[in-house]
Write a protein that binds this ligand. Sequence first.
Ligand code: ARG
Ligand code: ASP
Length: 738
Amino acid sequence: MRIITFVFVFLISQMSLHAGEGMWLPLFLKQLNEAEMQSMGMKLTAEDIYSVNKGSLKDAIVHFGGFCTGEVISNQGLVLTNHHCGYGQIQSHSTLENNYLEDGFWAADKGKELSNPGLFVTFIVRIEDVSDAILKGTEGAANAKARQSIIDKNIDAAKKSMELGKFEDVLIRPFFEGNQYFMFTTQTFKDIRLVGAPPSSIGKFGADTDNWEWPRHTGDFALFRIYANKDNNPAEYSEDNIPYTPRHFLPVSLDGVAEDDFTMVFGFPGRTREYLPSFAVEQVVDVLNPAKIDIRTKALEIIDGAMREDAQVKIQYASKQARIANAWKKWIGESQGLQKTGALEKKRMLESEFLKRVNAKPEWKQKYGSLLNDFERLYKEVRPYALTRDYFNEIAGRNIELMRLVNALSRVAKADSMDEGLQGRVANYLENFYKDYRPEIDKKVFASLMEVYFNKVDGNYISDYAKERVEDAGKNYTDLAEKIYSKSIFTRGDELITMVKKDPDNAIKTIREDIAFQFGRGLSEAYYDSSEKEYTRINDELKELQRTYMKALMEVFPEQRFYPDANSTMRVTYGQVKGYEPRDGVRYQPVTYLDGVLEKYKPGDYEFDVPIKLRKLHAGKDYGQYADETGKVPVCFLGSNHTTGGNSGSPAIDAHGNLIGLNFDRVWEGTMSDLNYDASICRNIMVDVRYILFIVDKYAGATHLVEEMKLVRPKRFSKVNPKKGIPIPKEKLKLKKN
Ligand code: ARG
Ligand code: ASP
């Protein structure tokens, strides 16, 4: 027992010493993090990072489109984010003649910047703790439902009582599983224009093969600009809008990074679940991840094979394949990482210490004594439903395109008729869908995955119609697929689109009666009426338990510092530039160079081709001011910052508040950081900002964009002004017009 306690105390102390773990709320930095950050080398104060009263770093950070992060890097509203975050916009402006995905895009001047309907960026004006107001009256709530309805009313009231500025919005979100609430006052800009993007052979270099991997050589960046009305306020797109003047923008450092340098990543991480009990993590590793991985492995085998055989398919399926493969690869890494770092044992050790402390105090024992047993029981109970849920979502929801289409059309099928607006939207949707659809590939995916579905999912959750079709086909899934795909109008896009346009009422009827539609709808309805209901019932109990557990952890381990799970709100994470050991005997360096791009170069390959201009710059060592002191151009670097999906496009910031890199990924061995961060192998991957500048200036010749930025040399001049670095006089910049 003593050994366990010792190990445990060691773990805890390790945890709190390990700078790296944690996604912190900007408004508590002073209290919780400032001292540690400064001890790690940061020269800023918490107030420099987040302040309500003066311009601070937070005023340069935006939630980009609600799914990524971006940062302002000039006084004219220039925004930097990832190529993969702007991918949809870059694609939307691309045609065969002007293929910006393929060739890149660089607006020669502001007049040539391209508008993007629907795209927005959101600034955070202010963050406040509103827990007391929102939780008022919940103490005596009879159950979780009653509690939630009190909370909803309190949120409404709080929002109504807010005095918002004219262009402000407000958002109230639960933290720590609903034990605390924070309010975010935001400002959203809607005129966001595309300024520049490298070709995919730079911005997506290495594509799926390198995705989630180190060593990495991707220049995953794109540039946008925020436009405002003449009063510098948010406005819908207008030709009269002008570049936005930000409260703060990030200076860009040319000095680069060295191992152990302080780094901070500021952005909008999407979702983590760090405080799950061991039973939940065990279920992810033993049950849920393997099922999902197996399904996607089967789908990818078919799609990859088809893409290898046919260049046209390769283009049509590139982004679908990337989406399927991105999560697939992450789950594999996650399961392996959890096992390798002993995540379960660590959780169990924490739980036994928890129980020991709880049992030693009658008050706690009464409140929290049964928590872990309840978790164990409920996770056992939810297991078959959680698994069915994943089978349903992955098979009937995500990876068979025909089933996606059925889901998308289910509303239309319920309509009495289509008005012109709906008709246009449906036709539009279908045209988009069929542009990249190959029924002969999808049919194979259907056969392969439906075999899994019917073998793994309890027959009680499957519709009679679907079961009958399977019986008709003699339980041969290739035959089943053949029957459905040959009979369904959904495999004949032209016919369906024409019908929607010319005879919409007939289209509704045809969709309703279609064999694929009935098959798909049947699966959905049967599932939602049965297994999903059980899942929701148990999961609601689990959520309530998780809230109590979170509260208990904070009470029982007062010596620990807790950070809330990611929930798409603004967070600061910090660490150091650091390599790692992926496996025994192998040590990864934290920085990659342009030389490595050329090492990976495969002429004509869709993942590893290198544009001729870049090869020439490399051959002539024509690097301008962007090489490091050894004469090489850095491309990517690693840090121990705790990031997740949504942090893409987040700035990597140095000790002085300057931009040094652009976050875009994590290493494969460390993707389990969403469930259990481990400082030994969790690393985030950033593009070195000097590579970005090199591409903008030397490769694309968009020197005017670099001139717009404020370049600094904080290391070189740190004696002069350790806090900010000093701007380099224009005449000293080696900017070269091409
Ligand atoms: N793995 C990164 C993230 O989760 C990058 C994904 C984009 N790149 C790709 N090849 N799919 O979002
Ligand atoms: N690539 C992720 C993103 O797009 C970042 C990550 O998961 O590390 O947000």
